[in-house]
Design a protein around this ligand. Sequence first.
Ligand SMILES: Cc1cc2nc3c(=O)[nH]c(=O)nc-3n(C[C@H](O)[C@H](O)[C@H](O)COP(=O)(O)OP(=O)(O)OC[C@H]3O[C@@H](n4cnc5c(N)ncnc54)[C@H](O)[C@@H]3O)c2cc1C
Ligand SMILES: NC(=O)C1=CN([C@@H]2O[C@H](COP(=O)(O)OP(=O)(O)OC[C@H]3O[C@@H](n4cnc5c(N)ncnc54)[C@H](OP(=O)(O)O)[C@@H]3O)[C@@H](O)[C@H]2O)C=CC1
Ligand SMILES: CC(C)=CCC[C@@H](C)[C@H]1CC[C@H]2C3=C(CC[C@]12C)[C@@]1(C)CC[C@H](O)C[C@@H]1CC3
Length: 511
Amino acid sequence: MDPMAGLENAPMSEKLFAYILVNYRWVFVLLFLLPLSLLYDAFFYVRNKIIFRLRSAPRQHDARVKDVQRQITAWAASGGRQKLCTARPGWQNMSFRRGKYKKTHYNVNVNLIDILEVNPNSRTVRCEPMVSMGQLTATLLPLGWTIPIVPELDDLTVGGLVMGTGVETSSHAHGLFQHICESYELVLADGSVVTCSATENSDLFYAVPWSYGTLGFLVSATIRLIPAHSFVRLTYIPCHSLEELSKTFADESAKREENDFVEGLVYSAESGVVMVGKSTNQADPDRINRIGDYWKPWFFKHVERFLKTGGGVEFIPTRHYYHRHSRSIFWQMQDIVPFGNHPIFRYLLGWAVPPKVSLMKLTQGETVKKMYETHQIIQDMLVPITDLAGAIKVFHREINMYPLWLCPFYLPDNPGMLRPRDDRSQMYVDIGAYGAPKNPEYKAEATTRRLEAYVREVRGFQMLYADTFMTESEFEAMFDHRLYDRLRDKLARTKDAFPRVYDKINRSARD
Ligand SMILES: Cc1cc2nc3c(=O)[nH]c(=O)nc-3n(C[C@H](O)[C@H](O)[C@H](O)COP(=O)(O)OP(=O)(O)OC[C@H]3O[C@@H](n4cnc5c(N)ncnc54)[C@H](O)[C@@H]3O)c2cc1C
Ligand SMILES: NC(=O)C1=CN([C@@H]2O[C@H](COP(=O)(O)OP(=O)(O)OC[C@H]3O[C@@H](n4cnc5c(N)ncnc54)[C@H](OP(=O)(O)O)[C@@H]3O)[C@@H](O)[C@H]2O)C=CC1
Ligand SMILES: CC(C)=CCC[C@@H](C)[C@H]1CC[C@H]2C3=C(CC[C@]12C)[C@@]1(C)CC[C@H](O)C[C@@H]1CC3
């Protein structure tokens, strides 16, 4: 990597600082960011406890919805010339970028943080939009419940996952986050409150996912529950050719009833490990592996070993399974603290990692940001599973970077932005690439544009938390805007109040 790019004329001290920041970021992370993350966690732990004591009030939900309505009335009264967005600061969200529009749009505070109801009879949980995945599972698990899809990173919010999307290794059975939601409660641009579901205001229900907050403000979502188990019985299946890997992965993903979790980690163009999980309350004590304990190896390193040792079976406590990639932030930690998986580091400081994603984002500074922009890729591309082998070849040609994350998901033929290929419900796969491409020809924009073109060609989709370099017409070729545009025409004031999705997610709309 060349941290000096763009700094040719800068003073020597600035060049040296840039070099240290990029190549020895771990010094900053260990000395500054880890203690700061711990303080931050401690601060927020206390703050959240206080806030929950003072403000947690599920019974106040209606009053808080009225406050959102009040803000919209105030915006309309002020002339309604600015577009609307949520007031959540850009550094807190789970993306490399911050929306520039936060500075120019009218910020509406949708700070609704409570779990409103856990209903075992209807097997649903009703949540406000700022409820995080960590908070939700910490509440549900002791009650014996979980949501069918728990997206990995703790700080992801219900609002962001509904308006964007969420995927996890149970998605081959349950679909995306939107497919486990039964209904949404929204405040619309005219200030009205509307509930929508598959049977009530169904157009709106199907148009909300992937709308990125451009149809209304989510004030609650009702999500399906399933019983929680203590362990995941995980079978590791090493594969030594691309053909074997893609076939095993597709076959296991198709067993929607049999397998509760399916995941793949690709370690080279010709090797990878497919993991198949089943929830259970019975574990063979000799094969329990508490992979989440801080002194344990990073999960992707642990899995890689099965390529050499052959397959295996382990019983992993459910919570450890949910967080298996959290300590290593998938494999991003190896670029931040290169010796982070060394046993000495794990035993000494493993308990303190990972640093908070939001804090890393907040403190990364221009030099590190530029380095990530030019020398790292953070992308998830969703393609029909029948194209998996072809897609891995394209990723190999374009970025030559491993591991790649494979996560299957079932895409039903529902109305909305995400139309499956040939209008037929089918299995897709999320291919996640997070790290430094080894292809010396890698150029962030040109390479990503070629990947995007390939994904459009096979009728796939790009996850929009990531950088997208598509033009508006390419974006509209990827995502079906018909229902979305109909709704924007139909719902009063919506076109004046909210930008279109493209205007929020395209590269130039984000810092
Ligand atoms: C916006 C917001 C709202 C909150 N609302 C509440 C609230 O209503 N009531 C309340 O008591 N606290 C609330 N909290 C606090 C939050 O739930 C705490 O982070 C959590 O309770 C800490 O649990 P712990 O001390 O047991 O930590 P630990 O058990 O050490 O948990 C560590 C992390 O793992 C997460 N976690 C725990 N179990 C699981 C699991 N099975 N799957 C996935 N993640 C898991 C925790 O949330 C935490 O982030 C809220 C926090 C935030 C940011
Ligand atoms: N495992 C997974 O599936 C992962 C998913 N992601 C992605 O991260 C994002 C979620 O991150 P998170 O930090 O929670 O969310 P964000 O703050 O990034 O929000 C995502 C979008 O949803 C909108 N939004 C959020 N809450 C509301 C609301 N109450 N009403 C209306 N619009 C709302 C935001 O609007 P605004 O811009 O106005 O704030 C924004 O456009 C998703 O895009 C998801 O796909 C990332 C990592 C992993
Ligand atoms: C599982 C799915 C679908 C996606 C996972 C994506 C994550 C791996 C990335 C989402 C936001 C990313 C950021 C970083 C690492 C990778 C993500 C967590 C950084 C922490 C990398 C270091 C930078 O300085 C800040 C980044 C913020 C966003």
